[in-house]
Design a protein around this ligand. Structure first.
Ligand code: NAD
Length: 307
């Protein structure tokens, strides 16, 4: 069995060494295609691959058609919109991601963003502390949970809303209070950390009414997706409430307008960087290799995204 790692932007050496160890210990062969500059190189490399590990690399229908032996593709990371799921499914190829491997990186960024905004974006002037403030977590998944636990450790009062987690014990175990409605969550939160996925239900769902209900001086922190924000509603709320702040890891469609109108009350990272840590990259690469071995040896499809 040949496992191909195809990465335009290569993994760190430590990750590649780890992936090799996992693959070779399982009795498989590792092939590497790094820093390729032309699609033809990928098409050639996948021709005899049984399994494929990629990062943001595009696995198109053409790539899948060229990979005659391919059984599984793993996107080392969370988002898998770079893989043509329909083309893979049509050939019975399993596609997986590696959820949870970058959660700590994103959670640390969310907390850092809260402190950055409460200390005037690290410019002179009197700031405020996050200890003792109420942190609202919108969606208690992999990232949300870690933000909640870290918030508790920093002395914050943490509340969370996630209608898909029925088991109260999940929240209680972290000392986090579960609230019943999204309205209740925003009304309570000095800092609101967004961790909902972008779905038909959530797109454009965070806007004027929720923002206006937040306490005085509140900050909305978005490390999720820009699509969940109603951008016109955000502008309106920031205009009417000069105490509100917004910080995001995913620049808004109207970020230039936000920067111009609201100055220091808004901030967007230059490029999405939530998952950009050495640790997250290594974790995702190792998880991808382990998932492939577990699939080929035991048929484990736990992280399959095209079921
Ligand atoms: P996850 O799948 O572990 O958790 C998502 C949670 O959202 C689940 O608990 C689910 O029950 C909940 N949820 C779904 N729909 C909801 C709704 N309508 N209302 C409330 N809760 C809802 O995902 P995760 O790994 O925690 O990632 C969360 C978000 O962060 C995703 O949008 C992801 O794309 C984003 N993310 C961003 C970066 C970055 O670099 N900034 C990196 C990784 C993930």
């Amino acid at each position: 069995m040949k496992i191909l790692v195809a990465t335009e932007k290569p993994f760190a050496k430590k990750a590649v060494d780890g992936i090799r160890g996992i693959v070779e210990n399982a009795g498989y062969e590792l092939a590497l295609l790094e820093k390729y500059t032309d699609k033809s190189e990928l098409l050639e490399a996948v021709a005899d691959a049984d399994a494929l590990i990629v990062r943001s690399d595009k696995v198109t229908a053409e790539v899948i058609a060229a990979a005659k032996n391919l059984k599984i593709v793993v996107r080392a990371g969370a988002g898998y919109d770079n893989v043509d799921l329909a083309a893979a499914s049509a050939r019975g190829i399993v596609v997986m991601n590696t959820p949870g491997q970058n959660s700590n990186a994103v959670a640390e960024l969310a907390l850092a963003m809260m402190i950055y905004m409460s200390r005037n974006r690290f410019t002179p002037g009197t700031g405020s502390e996050i200890q003792g403030k109420t942190l609202g977590i919108h969606a208690y998944g992999n990232v949300g949970k870690l933000v909640g636990r870290k918030g508790k450790a920093l002395g914050m009062n943490v509340v969370a809303y996630d209608p898909f987690i029925a088991d109260e014990a999940v929240f209680e175990a972290d000392g986090v209070k579960k609230v019943a409605t999204v309205e209740e969550l925003y009304k309570a939160s000095d800092f609101l950390s967004l961790h909902i996925p972008a779905t038909e239900q959530t797109k454009g769902s965070i806007g004027y009414d929720l923002l206006m209900s937040m306490p005085k001086g509140a900050t909305l922190v978005n490390t999720a997706r820009k699509e969940v924000i109603d951008e016109a509603g955000l502008v309106r709320a920031l205009t009417e409430r000069e105490d509100l702040k917004y910080i995001t890891d995913i620049a808004a469609g109207n970020q230039a307008e936000l920067d111009e109108k609201f100055g220091k009350r808004v901030f967007a990272t230059a490029k999405k960087m939530g998952a950009e840590t050495a640790e997250a990259n290594i974790n995702a690469g190792l998880a991808a290799a382990s998932q492939i071995v577990d699939f080929l040896k035991n048929g484990n499809t736990r992280f399959q995204v095209n079921k």
